[in-house]
Write a protein that binds this ligand. Structure first.
Ligand SMILES: Cc1cc2nc3c(=O)[nH]c(=O)nc-3n(C[C@H](O)[C@H](O)[C@H](O)COP(=O)(O)OP(=O)(O)OC[C@H]3O[C@@H](n4cnc5c(N)ncnc54)[C@H](O)[C@@H]3O)c2cc1C
Length: 503
């Protein structure tokens, strides 16, 4: 296809990479030269739902994509301000005819993109929104009548069916960009990268490098015949084991493309055993969950504010700043819950099994509003993503689409015995319990005094006693959920999102 524009901007947001990038590929095909740009968005940076781990990861990803662009003879413009001001102004300075970007389903991003597009259109500049962040768009996997799936298993079936018919291989955007990347004229837009503290965030030491190259290395190691993917079905629930891909921050920021992930799994299948294939399929299911929650956010944007199931807004949550603080700091007295929260606080990442456990503990054992936990995760996860985070929290709190039934309440001791039987993970995260023998590691308050003395850990002094009794808390939660469901309409009342039909 001949290029129809002389010059175009690609506004990189959730797609901070050169390979498998839909907006870059479309711009390279449609324009003689391409100017990539990133915006340090004042509205996002001022938002209370943004935290140091995500900002640190974002800046690392921006720095790495800038290096890649420079290596190909161009440069990355880094703008600061409101996108609806700085993108049109930059487009003018650069004399471009079009702006390309990847679609973002977050409600605030939708509003922002409409504003930016309107401003550009007023100036006669074209915009092109490209599907990139998900494998299938929110209206590409749906019921025959066009309504969204709200049950994951039905969505997964339809997703897999469509993927069988319609393979979406990684897009060769890096090759397409050869000779096309430009630097903005003058160097006003390509100054030094700010540090997190210059943007008002404390510095956070991320455990892993965030770059396109680091993501590719991680994927290659994970999704190889000898990689952890082959045993994923068994090890994915064991927090002491490095059994999951750890690619969530890369997928969040787009240092890795979703098509590349699906393709890596597909390529592996013919070369591995049937058991390993089942593991690969289990991993792809997680990628489908990711698409599912993105779709839910787009089709039911009200979930960003409250429960998917309207009746669940009637739950009478407790108010206890003390309990919430103990949960945040990893001081509940339940070792696996506390180890999980310390993992989050120190690394900016938490194992999925533990995300489920601590979310259940907050919303059910402590009967605190799940939105408190959702917000805490948002500001402490490097992979913080509204769709996945909200979906995960609403699933655990039994307020969401296809959630865990409200009467299934995780037992924090049994979860600990099952998924960290020897306490290896607990000991790693909670040094005060390092010497507690395995039979007591899941419930240290049951240690006889002589064992506590030998372990140099006296419960109540060196490690908290449980802030809540699980059996009693379970009864309290069941009562609260039953009362909410007893209101007229109950939870059978269909969720009616502004963009969704009844379900
Ligand atoms: C309460 C709660 C909050 C969560 N918050 C987030 C969040 O803010 N950001 C985020 O990326 N994930 C979130 N998840 C999902 C999941 O816990 C993480 O994606 C996963 O732990 C990341 O580790 P990994 O990359 O090793 O995952 P893997 O097991 O290797 O999975 C591969 C990829 O699939 C996606 N994925 C996996 N599980 C899910 C899921 N349940 N929902 C949506 N996508 C999934 C992720 O992109 C992940 O990188 C949340 C889950 C819960 C229960």
């Amino acid at each position: 296809m001949p290029a129809s524009y002389e010059r175009a901007i690609v506004w990189l947001r959730r797609d901070l990479r050169l390979d498998d990038n839909a907006a870059l590929a479309a711009a390279a095909a449609g324009s003689r030269s391409v100017l990539p740009v990133v915006v340090l968005d004042d509205d996002i940076l001022a938002s209370p739902s943004i935290g140091a781990p995500l900002v640190t990861a974002f800046l690392a990803a921006v720095a790495s994509v800038r290096d890649s662009v420079r290596a190909m003879g161009g440069d990355l413009a880094i703008l600061r301000g409101r996108p609806s001001d700085v993108i049109p102004a930059f487009a003018h300075r650069a004399g471009v005819q079009a702006v390309y970007y990847g679609i973002d389903y977050e409600p605030s991003a939708r509003t922002r993109d409409r504003e930016v597009s309107a401003a550009l259109h007023r100036d006669g500049i074209h915009t092109h929104a490209c599907l990139d962040h998900v494998y299938f768009g929110s209206d590409e996997v749906q019921r025959v009548d066009g309504s969204p799936f709200c049950i994951f298993s039905a969505y997964r079936r339809a997703w897999r069916e469509r993927a069988r018919r319609e393979r979406r291989p990684p897009i060769a955007s890096r090759a397409a960009l050869r000779g096309k990347l430009q630097a903005p004229s003058g160097n006003a837009d390509t100054g030094a990268m700010p540090r997190p503290d210059e943007l008002g965030f404390s510095s956070f030491a991320l455990p892993d490098a965030i770059s396109e190259a680091a993501a590719a290395r991680r994927l290659a190691a994970f999704a190889s015949p000898a990689g952890a993917i082959s045993d994923y079905a068994r090890t994915r629930n064991l927090p002491a084991v490095d059994g999951t891909s750890r690619l969530s921050t890369h997928l969040r920021l787009g240092t890795l493309g979703i098509r590349t992930c699906v393709e890596a799994a597909r390529r592996l299948r013919p070369h591995i055993s049937a058991a390993a294939r089942a593991s690969v399929d289990a991993w792809v299911d997680e990628l489908i969950w990711r698409d599912f929650y993105q779709m839910i956010l787009d089709r039911f944007p009200h979930v960003a504010e409250g429960p998917f199931i309207p009746a669940m807004s009637r739950i009478r949550w407790r108010r206890s700043p003390e309990d919430f603080s103990a949960w945040c700091r990893g001081l509940t007295g339940y070792p696996l819950v506390d180890a999980a929260m310390r993992q989050l606080n120190t690394t900016g990442w938490m194992h999925n099994r533990l995300r489920m456990l601590v979310a259940s503990f907050l919303s059910k054992d402590l009967l605190l509003d799940w939105r408190l936990g959702e917000r805490y995760f948002e500001t402490h996860l490097a992979d913080a993503d509204l769709a996945a985070n909200n979906g995960g929290w609403q699933w655990c709190a039994s307020t969401g689409t296809d959630p865990v039934p409200y009467f299934r309440i995780f037992n924090p001791i049994r979860q600990s015995e099952t998924f960290d039987p020897e306490g290896a993970f607990i000991r790693r995260m909670l040094p005060e319990l390092a010497a507690v023998p395995a039979p007591y590691i899941h419930a240290p308050w049951t240690m006889p005094p002589h064992v506590a003395a030998a372990s140099r850990c006296r419960p109540g002094r060196d490690y908290p006693l449980p802030i809540v009794d699980h059996a009693a808390a379970r009864g309290r939660a069941l009562e609260a959920y039953r009362s909410a469901r007893a209101f007229p309409g109950g939870d059978e009342a269909a969720a009616q999102g502004p963009r969704g039909r009844s379900v």
